[in-house]
Write a protein of this length. Structure first.
Length: 296
């Protein structure tokens, strides 16, 4: 029995497009972890809400000329989460390793942002992490926790040691995080810088930063968007990106080097489906970009 058979249960199917795992190129996994969340909770409900939204929006991407219906996708269902964060992250690392070994491109739907640490534990040091997020998440500890949605990126840097960390959309930090980013060589592009320079120029900056990277893992905290566009997130912050800018910058990152993606921190009960729809649309566009890059 594989770990995915042991720790994963079926659910509603993302985008309504279900191939067998053997045939699929992309594998969807929900990770409804919501243990260390602060301010707002509710990310455990996001995988189902995003799946429901994905069944009710159109799947054609004008950016890529590709439809989500053309992709070979398998939705595994949801990971069995536990109240013990480390236990859940351990299960996630095992299942993620299964998927990477099977040469799939996994898409993980959180859940809180801590899940990225679990995925990264299944990967080697030669992978760059690109994070779209309002926050740097580089605290050493928060509320007495060293592993949480506010500290996971620091733990990734210390323990996984990826080839590069690039954070995009930054606008909510503490001095400790800025100091750590500087001493650790972690790059970040602020939301203010993105507005001033424009998406096209920022895309060129991203290409320069990632130029020497062989593999890329993308993590999307939907609070990178301004609350006007995505109100139902766990830690909303003003002065965020608009949807078009986010999708344009994601398009600049989504090339053949991308080996996996996660989208996290949606708390769907704080609105009437707008944010879950944003999440589904974002994943549609990311998947279509990856498909175009892989087939182009």
């Amino acid at each position: 029995m594989s770990y995915r058979e042991l720790f994963v249960s079926p659910s509603a199917v993302f985008a309504g497009n279900q191939q067998s795992l053997e045939e699929a190129e992309y594998a969807i996994l929900g990770v409804p972890l919501d243990v260390t969340s602060t301010y707002r909770t509710g990310a455990r409900f996001a995988p189902l809400a995003i799946r429901e939204a994905s069944l009710n929006i159109e799947g054609y991407s004008f950016r890529t000329g590709t439809s989500i219906e053309e992709l070979k996708i398998h939705d595994l269902g949801d990971l069995h989460v536990a109240g013990d964060v480390e236990l859940t992250l351990g299960r996630l690392a095992l299942v993620a390793h299964d998927l990477f070994e099977a040469k799939k491109v996994p898409v993980f739907m959180g859940g809180e942002h801590t899940i990225t640490l679990g995925v990264m534990r299944s990967l080697d040091e030669d992978v760059a992490v690109v994070s779209f997020d309002a926050h740097l998440d580089l605290r050493d500890d928060y509320l007495g926790l060293s592993v949480s949605h506010t500290t996971f990126m620091r733990r990734i840097n210390e323990t996984v040691k990826p080839s590069k960390i690039l954070e995009i959309g930054t606008r909510a930090v503490c001095k400790e995080e800025l100091d750590y980013a500087k001493t650790s060589g972690i790059d970040y592009l602020t939301a203010q810088q993105i507005r001033e320079d424009g998406a096209k120029n920022v895309a060129e900056t991203i290409h320069d930063i990632l130029g020497g990277c062989e593999k890329i893992y993308i993590t999307i905290d939907l609070d990178v968007l301004d609350p006007a566009f995505a109100p139902a997130v766990q830690n909303p912050e003003p002065e965020g990106l608009d949807t078009t800018t986010l999708l344009d910058l994601l398009g600049a990152v989504c090339d053949r080097r991308v080996i996996g993606v996660d989208l996290v921190e949606v708390a769907p009960h704080y609105d009437r489906g707008v944010t879950a729809t944003q999440a589904a649309k974002t994943l549609f566009e990311v998947l279509c970009c990856l498909q175009k890059a892989r087939k182009g």
